[in-house]
Ligand binder design. Sequence first.
Ligand code: ATP
Ligand code: MG
Length: 652
Amino acid sequence: MWLPCRCTSKTIVTSYARRVFKSYFCVFGRWKCDVAALMPEAVGFEGVKDCSSLQEFSVSNSASFWAAAARHRLSWIKPFHTVQDCDLSLGRIKWFEGGQLNVSVNCLDRHVDTCPERVALIWERDEPGSEIKAAPGDDMSPRKPVETAWREKGDCVTIYMPPCPLAVASMLACARIGAAHNVSSTVITVNQGVRAGKVTELKRTVDAAVKDCPSVQQVLVAMRTENPVTMTAKDMDMEEEMLKEDVVCEPEAMDSEDVLFLLYTSGSTGKPKGVVHTQAGYLLYAALTHRYVFSYQDGDVFGCVADIGWITGHSYSVYGPLANGGTTVLFESTPIYPDPGRYWEMVQRLKINQFYGAPTAIRLLLKYGDQWVQKYDRSTLKTLGSVGEPINTEAWEWYHRVVGDGRCPVVDTWWQTETGGICITPRPSDPEIVPGMAMRPFFGIKPVLMDTEGKVVTSNPASGALCLAQPWPGMARTIHNNHERFIETYCQPHPGYFFTGDGAYRSKEGYYQITGRLDDVINVSGHRIGTAEIEDVVNQCSAVAESAVIGYSHDIKGQGVYTFVVLKKDADDQEADLSQQLNNMVSKNIAKYACPDFIQFVQRLPKTRSGKIMRRVLRKVVERDLDGLGDLSTLDDPAAVQEIIQGHRKLC
Ligand code: ATP
Ligand code: MG
């Protein structure tokens, strides 16, 4: 196994960091801060005087660190007696045993009592300007359905809903009564979804699925639109049911390690994995990362635009912000509806302070031009976040310079469904942030790089397979009904370490950069290179909106480079001239061997619903293995694949 090596030249010293966090300063490479102001529970940790020593303490005294955080940040029904009982080589991960708590109480009740007027949710509906704000006492708030929860402890409930307060309410209702949300005897859905002005028939999809799932006994249907849908014998009107119920629903006392939810991975590399997260550790990790990675302050409006059906939506639209007593935005629409200014108009109208989105959307908006951003007042923005894929240099710089006016730190957050929350990321208070680098591990996280022989690389700079050397509370506990697959996938490749499947580069300063998935490394004429590295160069061409590079079997070179390119809006007529230009760019910036053998211009790339490019599908198209396209259940738009198949036939 070889690992790609990337390095970035520019360093941005965040003037923002100095301005807002006056108590921080960096002297002789140490990262100073007022620990009491930053993290009150850290006062008294031995030897902790600044942020650097706090980070070191959190790793070398992980149990003390997490115990203090758990006591300080969560409300417990019964205190835990054992902080951790983990063995990564066996796939045994247990945190806060003996403890009991209720997640909905932590996300809701305790904040309702202290701040009843606070807006907890802002539902940014599809039509701009039609948002609904839900304070804890309102009907739209999660509290009401939580209080009218209908199932028994231990049940499973599948939630198939667009981002809306009732979806959050349903998640918290499950948490309240101790039902894991996802696979189930009960389904909660809406009659129809609305996105970019188009209606999707969610209930019809559920009807079809329920036919094949005899275990489903009831389907609760909420009304997102006014259009009636056919109700079957299993269906119940959710709002009517809620009215019938008693208004008091006492929270169940849940053990720390009871299942909170199971959620499928995006399916970028294969069949999605049903990842299981448990109560206390997950909630603590979501809350702590939300607070520190984004420098979330009480009263801020947090705008994570991910769908709540993706882990990003779970951790940073729902659990993290709500556990912190924050105000969170649920975004129902798309970045270009009704026009490419949608995000920034929303930032202005809702006065969003932290904006968290995916590189795919940034690349899309970049191609429409700066004017859509500059039209709107973005002065409330403090932090910009990116998640889901490597963010290419051009997109990072545009995000920072245009969207953030050069004053908002960009936090490129690396994590996975399996990690529960952000693991490697810059923090706004960092003395420096290097574009496109995920920079530093979060508290309690110890990344290591493995070389091709499975040995930990200790020198810098270095590249390697990214593993995490010790457990943290937010990590997944298992794969649903398949603990063997969990062990094989994450624990066996490097026994004693959590194997992420991603590659990383570590600079001489010790900063991390995610170089992409290890599966996406190709070998051309004996040179091994990460496809993300070639994409980064191709994307720097002013006519290119985005690209995807894959390797294909080549008689002479071992593997050839096949590049799919999407052009910017007004560049469609330049295809003929561009091929040579792109070759020159790759040759100059990387090497001649990395130049594409084929460039296929396409209208769009196949993506998962969470916005990631499905390179495995592209590989199969190029290999002409159309029967082997694999699991397409998370593919956003199947038509994109058909277009690419036709284009490929013409080209080769
Ligand atoms: P599957 O595991 O089913 O193939 P997936 O890995 O895309 O799908 P997620 O858990 O949604 O499912 O995504 C996690 C992956 O996304 C990471 O392993 C990494 O490859 C990529 N990723 C996430 N954030 C970043 C980031 N900031 N920079 C680079 N890559 C990222
Ligand atoms: Mg994955």
